[in-house]
Structure formats: C-alpha cells, structure tokens
Design a protein around this ligand. Structure first.
Ligand code: HEM
Length: 159
C-alpha cells in the first residue's frame, strides 16, 4: 500500500487522521526517522564529496534535532519544524553533483532501515525538496536565463 498523498489538512482532526494513515501505510515513526537520520549523517560526514560542506558543523546533536523535526514535519505532517532550509544551503557552494550524491546516500540508507513504502514516501519528498533547493541556489547565483543574483554580493558563475 502506498501512503496517501495529501490534500492540505484543514483541521487538526483531519491532519491527525492523515498522519495516522501515513504511519500505517509506511511504518514510519519518529524513532525510525531518528535512526535513519543518524545513520545518514554518519555516512555523509565520511563521504568525500559531501563531508567538506559539513566541516563547520560544531554541534551535531543540535543539527540532528533540527533535521529530525524537519523530517517529522515533511514525512509525518507533525508541523514540528520551523526554519528556513534554503538559507542554510545558499552559502555552501552546492551543485548538481552534491544533490545527486546526497539523494543516493539518503536512499541507500533508507533502504537499510525503512520499509519499501517508507523509503518511497521519504524519497518522493527528498527529491522534490532537493530539486527546489538546487533551483533556488542556481537562481541565487544568476545562472538561469533571465535571472540575476538574488543579492548584489552573491557570487556570479562565470559566463
Ligand atoms: C546537497 C547536499 C547537502 C549538503 C552538503 C547539506 C549540508 C547542510 C549543512 C552544512 C547544513 C547546516 C548545518 C548546521 O550548520 O548546523 C544543513 C542544514 C539543513 N539541511 Fe542540508 N545539505 C544538503 C542537502 C539537503 C537536502 C536535500 C535537504 C532536504 C531534503 C536538506 C535539509 C536540511 C535542513 C532541514 C537543514 C536545517 C536548516 C535549519 O537550520 O533549520 N539538506 N545542510
């Protein structure tokens, strides 16, 4: 069974019912997400391409807590995350190769920990979010036709 894909929940009751059906369909819960995310970031910190972007992270427990809240909101519809993921990524110099590697590693890790339905549920969301981050980063660099850098001091890619 695949997880229901959502009309926007209009009431707390509707949201709770949708969250219950997602959990039933995917077997995802907060504990599984935390196990996945700890395993994923342990692997990402060892990955030659991704590791440099994480070098400045000094408080890993705080990062894991934020990421758990993010995925709880995204995958279980709990509304626990309040943040701006885009802003955290703009200064990191990420490109298509980073996002491809991130998605590969995330999928590989999810397959080892989640049910197939859980992995599919997470990957559909991860791919969408990664794509919108990648586009946001490109636009902020002014590399898409007809765009300008978002800030006057933003790096502009070579012509
Ligand atoms: C392309 C490879 C990626 C790299 C190298 C990367 C790296 C990072 C780094 C270094 C931080 C800041 C950590 C800190 O200072 O504590 C961060 C934050 C975060 N990342 Fe990524 N990231 C990547 C892709 C993604 C993707 C695809 C997602 C979501 C699907 C994501 C979700 C987040 C979230 C939610 C935060 C926390 C933002 C906040 O402070 O509220 N990242 N990431």
């Amino acid at each position: 069974m695949t997880a229901p894909s959502a009309p926007i929940p209009e009431t707390p009751e509707h949201r709770a019912a949708l969250a219950r059906s997602i959990r039933a369909a995917t077997s995802l819960d907060e504990a599984t997400l935390e196990r996945l995310l700890r395993a994923f970031y342990a692997a990402a910190r060892e990955d030659a391409l991704l590791a440099p972007a994480f070098a400045h992270v000094s408080d890993w427990e705080a990062h894991i807590a934020r990421i758990c809240a993010f995925w709880s909101s995204v995958a279980l519809m709990t509304g626990r995350y309040h943040g701006q993921p885009m802003a955290a990524h703009l200064p990191l110099g990420l490109g298509a190769e980073h996002f491809a590697r991130w998605l590969d590693l995330f999928e590989q890790t999810a397959r080892g920990i989640c049910t197939p339905e859980g992995t599919e549920h997470l990957m559909a969301r991860a791919r969408r979010i990664a794509q919108s981050m990648e586009i946001g980063i490109e636009v902020s660099r002014g590399v898409l036709p007809g765009t300008r850098p978002a800030r006057p001091d933003a790096p502009v890619s070579p012509a």
